[in-house]
Design a protein. Structure first.
Length: 284
């Protein structure tokens, strides 16, 4: 019997889409992940918005309006964390080793994992975006498509970052420690919770350090781009922010460039990391 070699050739994109579909199935079977990834950011928004509306004002915005892009980015971040922490569980259960010895290239496994996590993050972000419409934030269908595309790009970057952190980890406890040490501060220092300090002749050394730390944080540009897309029709808010009288806000072109480079760098780094053996793989 003659066997066509083409039928035995690995189909990397089929492997990638299958692994992405597996992420969806696992996610929705674990209801605690759904509740935790969406419920906690919404709870944060409700608590902080009600408590800080009287103390915080950014141009014509209340804190509740200002915190909406940060809450959406927190949803993407939490979903990226939950999606990539499953790498450690897959290694422990032996599933990851089975994928690695399959004919499919390793980059297909990485792409499937990142696309699956980013798609779940986008779905949850869209749910919150629909809720935002009921809060008085108005945007048209074209703006909604742009916001969805921006959330997906940001989710790819964050899921890729989570993959890079989770790949060499042997325990979920270690991953949570890195999350608290790196990922949450990246979100807090992104302009999501409080604005980037502006520079002036009277700026102190602490504000100067904080300003540049936040400007070198790539998540800052993901939040800023989302803020501009959400409030594109609110020219007063954007103008005040752009003028620097209330908060520092980069241009949309700069945001696109930084987040695109960030996402590509995380995907490439994830692929390179997946080619390296880990102690968990060697012990299996």
């Amino acid at each position: 019997m003659t066997v066509n070699s083409a039928t035995l050739a690995p189909r990397p994109w089929l492997a990638a889409t299958t692994l992405a579909q597996r992420e969806f199935v696992r996610f929705f079977r674990q209801r605690n992940r759904v509740i935790g990834a969406v419920g906690q950011p919404i709870l944060f928004w409700l608590l902080f918005a009600s408590g800080m509306n009287q103390m915080f004002q950014a141009g014509s915005q209340s804190f509740g309006e200002y915190f909406i892009p940060g809450t959406m980015m927190l949803i993407l971040l939490f979903t990226a964390i939950f999606a990539t922490i499953s790498i450690i569980e897959d290694r422990r259960e032996g599933f990851l080793q089975s994928v690695l010895v399959s004919p499919a290239p390793r980059w297909a496994m990485v792409i499937g994992k990142i696309l699956g996590g980013a798609s779940i993050a986008l779905l949850q972000g869209l749910i919150f975006l629909a809720l935002v419409r009921t809060l008085g934030v108005q945007f048209g269908p074209i703006a909604a498509i742009k916001i969805a595309a921006w959330m997906f790009l940001s989710a790819v970057a964050l899921t890729g970052l989570g993959f890079v952190i989770a790949w060499p980890m042997e325990s979920t406890q270690g991953f949570h420690a890195i999350m608290n040490l790196l990922l949450m501060p990246m979100w807090l220092l992104s302009g999501a919770f409080f604005p980037v300090p502006t520079l002036s002749t009277s700026t102190g050394i602490s504000q100067l350090i904080m300003h540049w730390v936040m400007r070198f944080n790539p998540v800052t540009y993901a939040v800023a781009g989302l803020r501009r897309l959400l409030y594109a029709g609110d020219s007063v808010t954007v103008d005040v922010a752009s003028a620097g009288s209330q908060l520092w806000l980069p241009s949309m072109q700069v945001c696109v460039a930084v987040v695109l480079v960030f996402a590509l760098a995380m995907v490439v780094w994830s692929v390179r990391m997946a080619r390296l053996p880990t102690s968990g793989d060697l012990l299996s």
